[in-house]
Design a protein around this ligand. Structure first.
Ligand code: AMP
Length: 221
């Protein structure tokens, strides 16, 4: 039996993981699983996990593997993930990568591809500082991706937008450090498993979408 695709998007904050994951959802009918979104929902709902995660997220540091794994396992128990998933922002540590392998192995599955979005750190500070999101989840940027009609979401017509508490220059630098210290080593980890793809993610969103689409079509067919 061929398994549904399990794709991982690796890259620092601002690399475009969320934007591209949403496009892959549209293009391939896959499900985006963002641990950042799941954690923000837990914070907003005031759950025990959310209470513990809040200050850590605001400081730009990584939430504990235990909390992140519990939240992810919960989400992966839902039936829609059978369509195939794009992991956005997970795994972020060696421990999370090992736990993911074990979770997939239990279901007779493995990672289909880990795609590293390669970018320049300095550009990420500007990218992250200017971004905002519609209540429907569609992402925008003050400079790089404005809605066609100012103040109105292209996707849903909504007019309520928000900015993340951790999308400021100071916190982004902390998040970049966490990425290099704890997450970047996963590039070699997936390289060793023969499932790594690297793409230049400094270009236009539409061009990166095409490049990613070609890779995903190749591995998810
Ligand atoms: P993101 O939306 O992926 O940029 O994540 C926002 C914040 O949530 C991060 O800076 C971390 O504090 C936390 N977070 C998200 N995913 C993880 C993860 N896999 N492991 C640890 N912390 C995470």
């Amino acid at each position: 039996m061929t398994q549904a695709p399990v794709l991982i998007l690796l890259g620092p904050p601002g690399a475009g993981k969320g934007t591209q994951a949403r496009m892959l959802e549209e293009d391939f009918g896959l499900i985006q699983l963002s641990t950042g979104d799941l954690l923000r929902a837990a914070v907003a709902a005031g759950t025990e996990a959310g209470k513990q995660a809040k200050a850590v997220m605001e400081a730009g540091q990584l939430v504990s593997d235990a909390i992140v794994l519990a939240i992810l396992k919960d989400r992966m128990a839902a039936p829609d993930v059978a369509k195939g998933i794009i992991l956005d922002g997970f795994p972020r540590t060696a421990g999370q990568a090992a736990a993911l392998d074990a979770l997939l192995a239990d279901a007779g599955q493995k990672v289909t591809a880990a795609i590293s979005l390669e970018v320049d750190d300095e550009a990420m500070v500007g990218r992250v500082s200017g971004r905002y999101t519609c209540a429907c989840g569609e992402g925008y940027h003050d400079e790089f991706k404005q809605p066609a009609k100012a103040g109105v979401c292209d996707k849903c017509g909504g007019t309520t937008f928000k900015r993340r508490a951790d999308d400021n220059a100071e916190t982004v630098r902390e998040r970049l450090k966490a990425y290099h210290d704890q997450t970047a080593p996963l590039i070699a980890y997936y390289g060793g498993k023969g499932v790594l793809e690297k793409i230049d993610a400094m270009g236009a969103i539409a061009d990166i979408r095409k490049t990613l689409g070609r890779i995903v079509a190749g591995v998810a067919a």
